[in-house]
Design a protein. Sequence first.
Lengths: 316, 210
Amino acid sequence: MKFKLIGLLLISSLFGCREAIKNDVKFVAEQDFEDIQFTEPKVSNSLVVNTKEDLLGYWVGDFDANLSDEEMDTIYGNESYSNLITRKITFSIDEIKGDSIIGHSISAGNISPFKGLLSENTSGFTMEVDEFKKTKTDGKFIIEIRKTDSILKGNWEAYSQSELKIYKRNFDLKKKLFVYDKAQELDVTFFDTDKSKEYVYATDTVDGKVEEYIDNEYYATTEKLFEKNASNEVLTTDFVSNLSKADIFILRNSIFARHGFAFRDKQLRMYFEQFNWYMPVFGDVKDELTEIEKENIDLLLRYEKNAEEYYDTFGR
Amino acid sequence: MWIKYSKYLLWIGYIYFSYLLLLITLQYIPYHTDVAFLRIKQEVIVLNHYKIAFFTHVYTSIFLMFFGALQFSNYIQKKHMKLHRISGRVYVGILLLFSGPSGLVMSYYANGGMFAQVSFLLLSTFWILFTFLSLYFILKKEIIQHQKFAIRSFALTLSAISLRLFKYLLVFFFEPLPMDAYRIAAWSGWTFNLLVAELIIYYKFSRISK
């Protein structure tokens, strides 16, 4: 009887492979999302602010929560909000006409345009700008910088404070010129905190008893990720064919990261923000890709699709 | 009771997996060179001889699942010898003229490097050889030898299932890197079958000879 049951179970589990053979799978490219138009800033190369033209360009840094301790405690206690606390912001000042100022901010992959007023006094500049994308994450920035200084200090407050967990943030931003460097390396393992499986592990203890404990296994990259740079050299089929799904995924997206692509995907954003060289400034980098990169993306995409459809199914 | 029904379970399993193979075949209808498995064969699919070999193999091999199985039905062997002969000729014809040689060509370009290529080259060669010997011995009216090689030939035909099934199980239990799984399946997929075939032959014919 027991034997029969096991047999039936085995057979029914094999029927699982039928889903397997998929004929149409649509691929969602990381690049696909709403296009927000903004004028490319006329970046001034000076990192120290003396005139108002020196403000033009990208200002980057941490966008920290600015809440009372009690409010912070409710967020720290909840794992699904933890990614809200640390994030980067790119504050781009695109255009200055007289005392009006136009730009956009990029945080968590959200590109949000703003406009406002710039006032100059003898000691420095102050800016008051409003976001107008008409989403609940819109708010007001109040910023100041002293002349001959290179740090932009400011804070942000959401308009609809009741709808957001973190409705106040502050920041110290430094001006950074975006430079594409194909040699930037990955040296951190990626693991997707949203995709994990629980495993029961068993170990033998000293007194001969078996102890069981539960551990999480994440969708993660392997050491192979660090072997090659997908912007620097043409990847071979041999190499790509034995990469894990996560390796391929990160390798492909590292190309976009080097070009300053602002990831919307939470996992990718959190991963790439660990690197000092990563600077999220663009919503679309397709036209910037080099021939090597295009070739690699094409190859990686084919294996990524293949891994998605066939890795764990009945088939080759 | 388990043993009594095991024969039917075997048939159900066989039909189920043949159906899966049919679904895999249907992925290539209509003719496309950039779908499914071919997506990772873009370097070689441009070669005309590979293209011909690949589509010949895909479009013809599926029929072997049907004609091959008919050959092992006791009922047909006893009551409809004529059907056995006709379907046998079709099986051997398709295999020796189309599926076998095209498989051999594809083996040379197999994924997984030399390690997997050698496995697939051996598989194709044995497949053609055993099928040919099975035909040869029946023409010489040596029934026992014919049966032995027919079992071996069909065991290798079944590697179409076992290769894919082993890969599925390997990934299910161990989650190895994709090409490692493929290399292991490339070897175990047909050597396991051949081992089982030899056991069946040993068991079946040693009893008869006593």
